[in-house]
Ligand binder design. Structure first.
Ligand code: MN
Length: 152
């Protein structure tokens, strides 16, 4: 990674990319708990203690189903999809805001045929995400809307 502080002005390019921002496609392995998602760290500011990232899933892609102590503040920027936060499952569209509280299971899924992109604000120092056990998944699926969301 480049440790040099970026310039104050970094214009947007076409296709949800920015000058001076590295595009990081996620490594994709057979057992990866995510699918077709990329990450760009837009701001990484120690004096603020936070980072602002842009994640984008290809059509039918999804983020990792996980939970952790740190919270997320999300704004949808592109496309349509579905988001699970705890026991709630909602359709999301550009400029919707989603808050993910501490220790709450969450996942984003892009609608088939359309990418889904969102800004995500997060603490710079944060704990590692935890993945669900078989027991956790069974408990989540006791909620019908969550079971329907997770079965795709
Ligand atoms: Mn997360």
């Amino acid at each position: 990674m480049d440790n040099e502080k970026p310039g104050n002005f970094r214009p947007a390019r076409d296709g949800f990319r920015w000058d001076g921002v590295a595009y990081q496609p996620y490594k994709q392995e057979g057992s990866a708990p995510f699918k077709d998602i990329s990450r760009q760290v837009l701001f990484q500011e120690p004096s603020l203690g936070c980072e602002l990232r842009y994640f984008e899933m290809d059509a039918a892609g999804y983020s990792t189903l996980e939970r952790h102590e740190h919270e997320h503040a999300v704004m949808i920027l592109r496309g349509h999809g579905t988001c699970m936060v705890g026991t709630e499952v909602r359709a999301v569209k550009p400029f919707d805001l989603v808050t993910i509280p501490a220790w709450t299971w969450h996942q984003f899924r892009a609608t088939a045929g359309e990418p889904l992109g969102f800004l995500c604000m997060v603490n710079q120092q944060r704990d590692r995400p935890v993945l669900p056990t078989a027991e956790d998944l069974a408990a989540m699926k006791a909620v019908p809307a969550v079971a329907a969301f997770l079965q795709d």
